[in-house]
Design a protein around this ligand. Structure first.
Ligand SMILES: [Mg+2]
Length: 339
């Protein structure tokens, strides 16, 4: 990675300006854009870095929680000032999404300059199974954010040697942040349970999904799953929020075909912590079903291939461990519908 720090300029109008750098060996991230991120100057004073070159997961977790808390405030302040651009049909980005991703990239550059980044709004690094790989979704649920709905989350996590190394997820509209790194857990949410002794799996057949109603194939497979399990569905238009609802006992199982990893990796790292859920990623092209944290070399090759195209990685299914058969049935229904 060859990312350079953006400049920080605060003025009397309470605005911080992130100035993108010129061309780097790794390519431009925002070469021709100047991004204005509205904030309060006092927030930048609270931008704490962990002690330099530390590997102490406790310190890094505290620093990243602090950073996500700043991003949460930016999201709340930005509601009144955001600028919206269209990326594609039904797909939007705001200057707040971009500004938060820059803030996260800056923090990573300062602390882990040799790591790799897959961020929704910026460049996707070429990765290998030996790398520390970061996944960033600055705002999961951007359309909800634009429409001032509640279900919005912030994701940042890193995977190393096939296991989560750190993950922090923010819920700005609940002023809540959840994080794990090694043996350390942070949570100031009274309703989301991370550890197995407190987490209650949803007792009812409620499926969370984010299928596109505009896609006939996705609609057909969704209806079949509803019939098969005689269940209700909840669709929040934020994958992160749906996964967190499993930790609140409101969703029993979750699936999403054609998932993009920044949408799901950070909340999955938190959900994995309880040990109560089975998490499977199926890649039909490779005839492969694996854990999404895997450092299998063929999986990394697949990720590098899809990140050059549409970033759609495969089918993710999350179920309580004692409902593993349910995972097989969902997989069969979706793969059969796709033919
Ligand atoms: Mg997003």
């Amino acid at each position: 990675m060859n990312w350079k720090r953006p400049g920080y300029l605060s003025d009397s109008a309470s605005t911080v300006v992130y100035l993108p750098q010129q061309k780097t060996a790794d390519g431009d991230i925002y070469s021709s854009e100047t991004i204005f991120v509205p904030t309060d100057p006092s927030l930048t004073k609270t931008y704490k870095l962990p002690p330099s070159s530390t590997n102490k997961q406790k310190d890094v977790l505290a620093s990243l929680v602090n950073l996500v808390k700043i991003a949460q405030k930016l999201i709340l302040i930005g509601k009144r000032k955001m600028k919206v651009n269209k990326k594609g049909p039904g797909d939007f980005v705001t200057n707040i999404d971009k500004g938060i991703e820059l803030l996260f990239r800056d923090w990573i550059y300062l602390n882990f300059p040799h790591s790799k980044i897959i961020g929704e709004e910026g460049q996707k690094s070429k990765i290998s199974e030996k790398d520390l790989v970061w996944y960033i979704d600055p705002i999961d649920g951007t359309t909800n954010y634009i429409e001032n709905k509640h279900e919005v989350t912030i994701h940042i996590c890193a995977i190393k040697n096939g296991v989560p190394w750190i993950s922090v997820v923010g819920i700005p509209n609940e002023n809540a942040t959840l994080g794990v790194s090694g043996q350390y857990i942070f949570s100031d949410s009274p309703s989301h349970m991370i550890s197995s002794d407190k987490l209650m799996i949803c007792p009812d057949n409620v499926v969370g999904t984010e299928f596109r109603e505009s896609s006939l194939v996705e609609k057909i497979s969704h209806d079949k799953i509803m019939d098969e399990f005689n269940c209700q569905h909840i669709k929040f238009n934020s994958i992160g929020f749906s996964i967190l609802e499993m930790m609140r006992g409101n969703i029993q199982f979750f699936y999403k075909n054609n998932v993009k990893l920044w949408d799901i990796m950070a909340p999955l790292c938190l959900l994995r912590e309880s040990g109560l859920f089975s998490i499977e990623l199926t890649i039909p092209e490779l005839d492969l079903t694996i854990c999404p944290f895997s450092n299998d070399a063929s999986f990394y090759k697949h990720l590098n291939d899809v990140h050059k195209k549409d970033c759609k990685v495969g089918l993710i299914i999350v179920t309580p461990k004692n409902m593993h058969n349910c995972s097989k049935k969902i997989k069969q229904i979706i793969l059969d519908s796709s033919i």
